[in-house]
Design a binder for this molecule. Structure first.
Ligand code: PHE
Length: 454
C-alpha cells in the first residue's frame, strides 16, 4: 500500500507548526525568557534556533522524507543498530502523551469553570483543594477525580477523530486549530496591553540583563527550550516528513515552521506578561512575586488575573473562555503529534491496521491517564515529567544527531536537502549536526545531572 501523503504543502507545514507550538509556548517560554535575562535571552535563543534547532529540524524532516519512514525505520536504514533510538524516542513521546492529555483534561474543565468564573477570588484553593483535591504526597493516590476523567475521555476521543483518517483528517484539523490560538493570543495580547500596569509587566519580560549571558546555564536553557519547543527528538518531525513526497522542499519548510513557532511564543509572552503587570498593580505586589510558569500560571495565576479584570463577571467569563480555548487548541496539535509518531513507527514495523491501532492505543493511554487523574496524580505527573525530560529527550537528541551527523554523514543529507529545496544551505549544517547539537546537549545533560546530585 502506498504511504499516505499530505493533501498540500500547507497541511504539512501547519501540522509541524501545530506540534511545535504547544503548551510550552504559552507557559514555558515566557517564564524562561523572564528568568534568563529578559530581553537579553533573545541572543542565546536565536543563536540556538539557527545553530541547532533549525538544522536538526531540517535533518528530521529530511530523513523521514528521504526514507519514507517513521523514526525507528528511518534510523534503522542509516544503521541497523540505531533502530532502538527511534523506539526510545517514540516510546518517550507516548509516555509524555499519557500525562499531556491529563493537562488537556484540566483545560477542558476550566473551559467549563470559566462560565461564571467558578474559582472566584481564590483560584489557588479552587485548583488544589476543590478541583484536584490533591493528597499529601505521591504515595497517597486517594480516589479518582471524575471531572478529570471526563476531560481525559474527551481528549482521547478528539485525538482519535483527528488521526482517524491520517493526513486527510489532520490536514482539516490544523487548518483551524493552528490559526485559532494565534488569533486568540492576539486578542488577549491587545486586551492585555491596554490594561493599566501592562507596561511594567512587559518591562519585566523585555528589559535586557546582559550580565546573565555570562552564565552557562542561561545558554543551556536557551538550547533546551529550542529542542523542546520544536518537538525534536520524539520522532514527530520524522513521521510528519515521511508523509511528504521525496521531492518536497525541506529547508524552507523548516525555516517557516521554526519562525511560526517562535512568533507564537513571543505573542504568548506579551499576552501573559501584560496581564501579570496589571495584576501586580491591582493586588499591590511586586511583579516578581506574581510571575510563574507551567501549571501554576495556567490554573492559578492567570485565573486570578481574570477575576480582577474590569467589566464584571460576563467579561471575565469571556476572557477565561478565550484563554482556555487558546490553550486547548494550542495543546491539541502537540498532543496528537506524539500519538502520530508512535502510530507511524508501529505501522512501519508491524503493518498494523491504522484504525485498530489507534483505538487500542487511545484506550491504553486513557487507562494509564487514570493514574494521573487521582488525588495524588499531580505528584506523579511532576516526577515523571522531570525524569523523561532528562533521560529521554536529551539522550535521544545526542544519539540521533551523532547517527545523522557522523554515520549517515551530514554532508550527504545536506546534498539531498539542497537538491529539493529552494534555499540552499551551507557547510554550517554539517558543523551543527556533528558538533554543535551533540555538544550542547551533552553540556545540558551534564549541568542537569550536576544539579540532581548536588
Ligand atoms: N513543542 C511542544 C511545546 O512547546 C511540546 C512538545 C514536545 C509537544 C514534544 C510534543 C512533543 O509545548
Amino acid at each position: 500500500m502506498a504511504r499516505q501523503k499530505w493533501g498540500s504543502r500547507w497541511a504539512f507545514v501547519l501540522a509541524a507548526i501545530g506540534s511545535a507550538a504547544g503548551l510550552g509556548n504559552a507557559w514555558r517560554f515566557p517564564y524562561m525568557a523572564y528568568s534568563n535575562g529578559g530581553g537579553a535571552f533573545y541572543v542565546p535563543y536565536f543563536i540556538a534556533l539557527f545553530l541547532a534547532g533549525i538544522p536538526l529540524l531540517m535533518a528530521e524532516f529530511a530523513i523521514g522524507q528521504g526514507f519514507q519512514s517513521g523514526a525507528p525505520r528511518s534510523l534503522a536504514k542509516i544503521k541497523k543498530g540505531a533502530e532502538f533510538i527511534g523506539w526510545w524516542a517514540v516510546i518517550t513521546g507516548a509516555l509524555i502523551t499519557f500525562y499531556y492529555n491529563v493537562i488537556m483534561a484540566y483545560i477542558f474543565n476550566y473551559l467549563y469553570y470559566s462560565f461564571g468564573v467558578a474559582w472566584k477570588g481564590d483560584p489557588n484553593k479552587f485548583f488544589f483543594n476543590e478541583f484536584l483535591q490533591v493528597s499529601n504526597g505521591p504515595s497517597e493516590l486517594g480516589s479518582i477525580r471524575w471531572p478529570i476523567v471526563i476531560g481525559l475521555a474527551l481528549t482521547w476521543l478528539w485525538i482519535y477523530f483527528i488521526l482517524r483518517k491520517g493526513t486527510t483528517s489532520v490536514g482539516k484539523t490544523v487548518a483551524w486549530t493552528v490559526p485559532l490560538p494565534v488569533i486568540l493570543l492576539i486578542i488577549l495580547g491587545i486586551r492585555g496591553i491596554t490594561l493599566e500596569g501592562a507596561a511594567q509587566g512587559l518591562n519585566f519580560l523585555f528589559q535586557p540583563n546582559f550580565a546573565k549571558l555570562a552564565e552557562p546555564r542561561v545558554w543551556a536553557n536557551a538550547f533546551g527550550q529550542i529542542f523542546f519547543t520544536l518537538s525534536l527528538a520524539f520522532g514527530i518531525m520524522i513521521a510528519y516528513g515521511s508523509y511528504n513526497k521525496k521531492e518536497e522542499d525541506i529547508a524552507n519548510n523548516a525555516i517557516i515552521t521554526a519562525l511560526g513557532n517562535s512568533a507564537t511564543s513571543f505573542l504568548a509572552g506579551i499576552a501573559v506578561f501584560s496581564v501579570l503587570g496589571y495584576m501586580a498593580l491591582q493586588i499591590n505586589s511586586p511583579i516578581d512575586e506574581v510571575v510563574s510558569g507551567g501549571i501554576g500560571l495556567a490554573f492559578v495565576v492567570y485565573p486570578q488575573a481574570i477575576s480582577l479584570f474590569p467589566g464584571g463577571v460576563i467579561v471575565q467569563s469571556i476572557i477565561g473562555l478565550a484563554f482556555f480555548v487558546m490553550l486547548l487548541t494550542l495543546g491539541i496539535d502537540s498532543a496528537f503529534s506524539l500519538v502520530e509518531a508512535v502510530e507511524a513507527a508501529a505501522s512501519d514495523k508491524f503493518k498494523f491496521n491504522k484504525r485498530s491501532f489507534l483505538i487500542g492505543f487511545s484506550i491504553f493511554g486513557f487507562l494509564v491517564g487514570l493514574l494521573y487523574s487521582t488525588q495524588g496524580g499531580l505528584y506523579w505527573l511532576d516526577i515523571i515529567d522531570h525524569f523523561l525530560s532528562i533521560y529521554a529527550l536529551l539522550i535521544v537528541g545526542i544519539l540521533e544527531s551523532i547517527i545523522i551527523g557522523w554515520v549517515l554523514d551530514a554532508e550527504k543529507l545536506r546534498n539531498y536537502i539542497n537538491k529539493v529545496s529552494e534555499v540552499k544551505i551551507g557547510k554550517w549544517f554539517d558543523i551543527s549536526l556533528r558538533y554543535i547539537i551533540p555538544g550542547s546537549l551533552i553540556i545540558i545533560l551534564g549541568l542537569t545531572l550536576y544539579d540532581e546530585i548536588k
